[in-house]
Design a protein around this ligand. Sequence first.
Ligand code: COA
Length: 697
Amino acid sequence: MLDFIFKPESIAVVGASEEEKKIGHVILKNLLTQGYAGKLFPINPKRKEILGLKCYPSVSAVGEKIDLAVIVVPAKVVPSVIKDCGEAGVKGVVVITAGFKETGEEGAKLEREILDLIKKYGIRMVGPNCLGVINTELGMNATFAPELPPKGRVSFFSQSGALGVALIDWAIGSGFGFGKFVSFGNKADLNETDFLEYFGEDEDTDIILGYIEDVKDGKRFIEVAKRVAKKKPVILIKSGATEAGARAASSHTGALAGSDRAFTEAFRKAGVIRVEGIKELFEVAEVFKSGKFPSGEKLLIVTNAGGPGIIAADTAEKNGLKLYPMSKESIEYLAEKLPPTAALYNPVDVIGDATSERYAVVLERAMVDPNVDGVCVILTPQAVTDVENVAKIMLEKSKETEKPFVGCFIGGPKVREATSYLKTNNIACYEDPLIAINAYSKLVHYVKYKHREEDEYIKFPISEEVKKEIGFMLEALRDAGVSVIGEENAMKILSLYGIEFPKRGLARTADEAVRIAEQIGYPVVMKISSPHIIHKTDVGGVKVGLKDEKEVREAFVEMTINVKRAMPGAYIKGVNIYEMVTGGKEVILGVTYDNTFGHMIMFGLGGVYVEVLKDVSFRLTPVGKREAYEMIEEIKGKKLLEGVRGEKPCDKDAIVDKILRLSQLVEEFPIIKEIDINPYLVKEVGGVALDARIIIG
Ligand code: COA
């Protein structure tokens, strides 16, 4: 628990100053004048008194218990101050000072030094290079932002201090309440996951917001976020592309993943709501403030203007919401109460001359109607619209139901007061139907996550001998300097984990090729086998549909001559003879690796669909059964797998089985960084992989 940072009983400000322009002065003044009631100790060896408080030469000279020290002395002095804090038994430090890792190697060295010291003394640290900590409930402003934001039940953590200052100012301007705030700067010790965990446990926090640029420990982040998001919404902005080289992208799968995909997948796995910018962050947060959650996707739109109703309906559908008409009884009731020109279906249009009574009629029915899980109330301020009354009715009715209402009051001065009245009463109200519905749909998706059961993680029985065999093989290849494992070895490893490949054999002579072809049965496919040739077709190293002994013999000779001519230096092991597989649909299965979150499995339709349309889906490992099915559902071309124009559907279970097997393989052999299985032919029943590549590192 980090209560000693967010609810300290006593705070020392080290580097407190008399000079008004200095940060050490501002922070002490903020703490002294904005409501913090705990004990305050200014520390500065040059002063006897600052802002009327007794000043001490060092933290250890105070002689009383100190929970938190806010450090605002120049960087080179910070280590000695931390040492002093350690000797004095301080539990937490907030290092505002800049000039550490962010400035280069010298600074990084200094940062390591203070990190060693806090570890030695068992101190927890926020920063360095941060804005500080706020708890509005305690009137505690341990930052150099001039004012506290209004009180509220939304807490915020930020990797950027400057953004923090801007947000606090914005919150003051718009009346958006915050509970706790922390800017964690270089996060040398405490990082995003620690604050997420703390806010998750914090009884005064209902909604968690955050701004992050990277994540320190991806696996722990997912584990904690998953748990916290089950309790309360976590809404994050993630900016900044992954550092160059953070992801090895030598495989097809890696290239398709791009630099940001792992974050999207991590957030999805953990139920974190991702938003793109600051405005959206607050727009989405608003919708969660009512604490009411829709029990499903059925949204009713009620409007006094046709156009905005249509925009809302379109946006709702795009976001997967369901716009059902209300029940027969409700529609009959509305027909009786509303004018004949009103539209009774969904959106319900109470038309331009509607007063608040018409809205009330619709809301009353919506509250009890089984076809409605939540309502979006759209209003444009027309001549007879009693805007304030509509807002009052919304609030009144919302008190009688668990179904969430959101407002969309479009206009300027005429709707301003009503909008702010609703917001103050925790009913979200927007000025654009698109934004209103986007925010509302985040609420619906969050509820789905909240009630989602834990996925089923399947463990295929792989014997210890098999694991040992693969382990030896991978290590031997690595020791031999191999990073890209080609067809034969890749097939061998993947076969041991239950991925099917065609019957095959390696022939070193034409006679041997014929013998193997006869064992397999005609027709066969022949491919040159050489560790130096990756694109076999380009050098004439592939022949398909060979029907008899003669064709196989000729192909063997022609192929070896072709390849020797095209690549004289290449070592040729022989020619692989494969069973010729026909039918089925080409899909691609792959694995890529992200330095923050680990392995991701990819699935997509093969050929042009992956090359041109990049129609693929990803999930981080370990992949659960539900996630594997979602991967198939997610791709745009999924209908092609279900069978079009009288075709039989493909075996989705076989694809799921392969996704789960790949997930298990890479979890058990982390040395594998990437895999491409391209294509995998999926048939009516089962499937078979035609080519594979594994990259280790
Ligand atoms: N213990 C206590 N006080 C000490 C001290 C010590 N060991 N050593 C020095 N001090 C005092 C100084 O005497 C001074 O007090 P004074 O005004 O009475 O002389 C005070 O601490 C501050 O030191 P000073 O040298 O005047 O530094 P500063 O106030 O100009 O700058 C920082 C200090 C921390 C603000 C500055 O180094 C810094 O890092 N600025 C950037 C902060 C930032 O942007 N952070 C990230 C935000 S997102």
